[in-house]
Design a protein around this ligand. Structure first.
Ligand SMILES: *Cc1c(COP(=O)(O)O)cnc(C)c1O
Length: 374
């Protein structure tokens, strides 16, 4: 063997750095005995998990020593039924979370040196996973006034090297959404080989009349992939499962690079059961929509600056510097999320909780506002 003089660290890929690693929303710990704590930092379901899913998961535990199904076909069949056969089972791809699908799509379509377009403030994994592939991330920020999508800006940013445009509606962390006519205008102007990844994981919570998912456009446009997740509406964040839908050709291409046994038995059984639990889903949507109105009123009364939202969280502009604000609420037993790394400097994202959590939040905010004004 020849003498090797290179240090192993010199082989590290320059774009795989700590700077590009992910940090999730933190919880808080009680500051005194008996203090209740509330986690409003990761947009989790405020009413828990579908009881039907929990039952199915419990039943599945007796078979844990077996490998799970090699494919996601049973979930894809359940999704076809859930979508009322508007999509067929060959149009879905399931993976270990919406995030995993984002990674899968980037690996499938983007090479080192190619470009993806994002619009900040946005979900961190688009940028992070693109950088992991050595791609260039081109940012066309959302409008500063109302966080609307800059359609012309995106079209102007397209180059020979553009591969993917990431869109999110409702958007995380702003809660803003893409209007139907904006989406249509973008689709019409884009060259057909540029992929549009439409992340709609919060779609159940949207109420705006001109809101749309990607569903009505899938048949006409071959370059759309929609991303969905079981982490938010379905209350299954711990199971790590999500799905994408697109045309059959793209779906088949993506499925061939899914790792074998990527979806666990528990995830498969839990999600199939949850898709049938209309009662739980409706109750979740109802809770979010009711609590969203309640919080809007309360924030207004308190003079807390917030942005209109179609999602299960609010982006707020805190009355004191965001680090102090987050720390103040942590001391009150409430975890919220600073979102500077999403591209929203000095802002904080607060998930919509159940009434008890939201009331605790408002009590804490009242206390804060009183200390500021005194
Ligand atoms: C939560 C979230 C996802 C998916 O999360 P997973 O837990 O990986 O399924 C995807 N996109 C956005 C914008 C999100 O907020």
């Amino acid at each position: 063997m020849k003498t090797i003089t290179k240090n192993i660290t010199s082989l590290f890929k320059p774009y795989l750095t700590v700077k590009n690693s992910y940090k999730g929303g933190k919880g808080v710990i009680s500051k005194f005995e008996g203090q209740k704590v509330y986690k409003l930092s990761s947009n989790e379901n405020p009413i828990g998990t579908s009881p039907l899913a929990i039952e199915a998961i419990k039943n599945a535990t007796k078979d844990l020593y077996f490998y799970p199904d090699t494919t996601d076909i049973r979930l894809r069949e359940a999704l076809e039924v859930y979508y009322d056969h508007q999509l067929n089972k060959e149009q879905f791809v399931c993976a270990a979370g919406g995030s995993e699908l984002i990674d899968l799509i980037i690996r499938a379509f983007v090479k080192e040196g190619e470009e993806v377009i994002v619009s900040t403030p946005c979900f961190v994994p688009y940028k992070m996973f693109s950088k992991w592939s050595g791609a260039e991330v081109i940012n066309v920020p959302l409008s500063e006034t109302d966080y609307s999508l800059q359609v012309e800006g995106i079209i102007n940013a397209v180059t020979e090297k553009t591969r993917i445009i990431f869109l999110t509606s409702p958007n995380n962390p702003t809660g803003s959404y893409i209007k139907k006519r904006e989406f249509e205008s973008l689709l019409k102007q884009l060259p057909p080989h540029i992929l549009v990844v439409f992340d709609e994981v919060y779609w159940h919570f949207a109420e705006a009349e001109d809101y749309t998912t990607a569903l009505p456009y899938i048949a006409e446009y071959n370059n759309i992939i929609a991303i969905n997740s079981f982490s938010k509406t379905y209350g299954l964040a711990s199971l790590r499962i999500g799905y994408a839908y697109t045309n059959e050709t793209v779906a088949a291409y993506l499925r061939q690079i899914c790792k074998p046994f990527l979806i666990t038995k528990l995830s498969l059984e839990g999600t199939i059961a949850s898709l049938k639990d209309d009662e739980f889903i409706n109750k979740t949507i109802q809770t979010i929509q009711t609590e969203r109105k309640f919080l809007e009123e309360q924030y207004t009364l308190l003079g807390i600056q917030f942005y209109p939202t179609q999602a299960n969280f609010f982006l707020i502009n805190p009355p004191i510097p965001s680090t102090e604000f987050v720390e103040f609420l942590a001391n009150e037993g409430i975890a919220v999320r600073p979102v500077d790394n999403f591209g929203a400097q000095g802002m904080v994202r607060i998930s919509i909780g159940n009434r008890e959590a939201n009331e605790a939040l408002i009590v804490a905010l009242k206390k804060l506002v009183a200390t500021i004004t005194n």
